[in-house]
Design a protein around this ligand. Sequence first.
Ligand SMILES: NC(=O)c1ccc[n+]([C@@H]2O[C@H](COP(=O)([O-])OP(=O)(O)OC[C@H]3O[C@@H](n4cnc5c(N)ncnc54)[C@H](O)[C@@H]3O)[C@@H](O)[C@H]2O)c1
Length: 426
Amino acid sequence: MRICVVGAGYVGLTTAAALADFGHEVQCVDMKQAKIDSLTQGKVPIYEPGLERLIRRNLEKDKLRFSSNVSESIRDYPIILIAVGTPSREDGSSNLNYINQVINIIASNINNYKIIITKSTVPPGTNEWIYQMLVEIGIEEDLFDIVSNPEFLREGTALWDIFHPNKLVFGTRTDRPIEVLKKLYEGEKVPYIFTSLTGAELIKYASNAFLATKISFANEMARICDVYEVDYLDIYKGLATDPRIGRYFLNAGLGFGGSCLPKDLSSLKHSAISRNVETKLLDAVMEINDTQIELYLNKLSTALPSLENKQVTVWGVTFKSGTDDLRSSPALALIKRLVQKGCRVHSYDPMVQLELPDVSSYVNQYESVVGSDVLIIATEWNQFQKCNWSEVKSRMKGSIILDARNCIDGKTVRRHGLLYLGVGKR
Ligand SMILES: NC(=O)c1ccc[n+]([C@@H]2O[C@H](COP(=O)([O-])OP(=O)(O)OC[C@H]3O[C@@H](n4cnc5c(N)ncnc54)[C@H](O)[C@@H]3O)[C@@H](O)[C@H]2O)c1
C-alpha cells in the first residue's frame, strides 16, 4: 500500500519506518525543512533506540522517503496518516491548529479516494468534526473515509511497541475502509478493536487517564508508607504480583510527565467539563502529581533546612529514562524550582546537555557531583542504579542522596557513608 505519513515526530517517524518495514511504500512529510534534510541523509533528529537503523534500512530499500512538500505528497498518496502534534492550550484543551492545517491541505488537494487516518491524540468528537468540515467544504463523501487510529507507543520502547502492539484500535464511520485497515499492520496477530470515531478517541484518553491514575495511586501509597515507616517497594511487590492490578505504572516518584499523560488528562477533563461531567477522580490524579516536587523538596528539608546557596546535582533531566524528550519533564520542573530556591544546580543526563541559565550541565556523571551538598536522582536511568557510590562519596562535599524515583538501593548508599532519602523508601 502507498501511505503518506504527515508529521515526522516521535510518532510519525516511528510509524512511517515500521509501515515501510512491513513492505508498504511510505512517504513521511514534515513542514520543517531542516528535519527532512537530515532524515533524507538517514540522520534521525530524536533519540529512539533502533529507529535510525530501521530508517536507514528502509531508505536503502526505497520503501521510505521523506519530503517537505506536504500538498504534493497528500495529492499523490491514497492513504494519509496524520501524526502531527496536539499540544495543550493554556486552559487545558487541545490545540488542534496543526490538525486543522493538515485537513485544509487535504481539502485543497483531494483528487481521488483517500483514507484519512488520524493517529494524533485528539479530543472526543474531533474526527466527526473533521468529517463534517470536509463535507461542508464541498468534498464528496465518496472521495474519502475518516479513520481514528490512536497510537499507544511509549517513547524509549517505541519500536518494540509498534512491532508488538497489544491491540489495534480503529474508529470508523462506515465499513468501507475496514479491509484496507486490516492490511495496514500486516501480520500483527493482536485483537483489532473496531469502534466509532469518538469511541477510538476515548479509548486513547481512557488508557492514558488510567495509567496516570495508577502513578498517582502509587504516589499516594508511598506517602502513606512514608509515615508508617514501610518500604513502598514491598507494597509494590504485593500489588504487582496480582494479575488484576498488573505491574506497570506503579512506581512511586516525582510523578508523570512527558508529552502525553499531563496533556491528555487536561484535555479529557476539559472535554468532560464542556459537557457538564464532573471529573473528581481526574482532578485528584492531577493534584497528587502536581504536588510531588514539593513533597520531595520537603523530604530534603528534613536533612537540609535551607537550600539557599547550596550546590545540588540533579541526575536525569528527561521526563523518563530511554528518551531525550524534555516535554513536561518533572526533573526539569524540579531543577527550575531548585534555582528559584537559590541553589547552584549541576545537571547530568546520558542523553541531554541542558542549556539553561543558572544550571551547569556536565557530560560526566561523576564530575557533576564534585563539591555538591546534595545529589538528586530525578530519572531512573540504569547507570544511576548501578553507579559507583564510593566515587560519588569521595567527590561530594555533603552526603545527601535524594532518590526521587525510588530506583536506588538505600542500603548500598548508606554502606558508603551517605545519607539516603526517599518517600516511602527505607
Ligand atoms: N510521543 C508519544 O509518545 C506519543 C504516543 C502516543 C500518541 N502521541 C500523540 O501523537 C501526536 C504526535 O506526537 P509526537 O510526540 O510525535 O509530536 P512531535 O511534536 O514530536 O511531532 C509532530 C511533527 O509534526 C510536524 N507538523 C506539525 N504540523 C505539520 C503540518 N501542517 N504539516 C507537516 N508536518 C507538521 C511537526 O513539525 C513535528 O515534526 C500527538 O497528538 C501526541 O499526543 C504521542
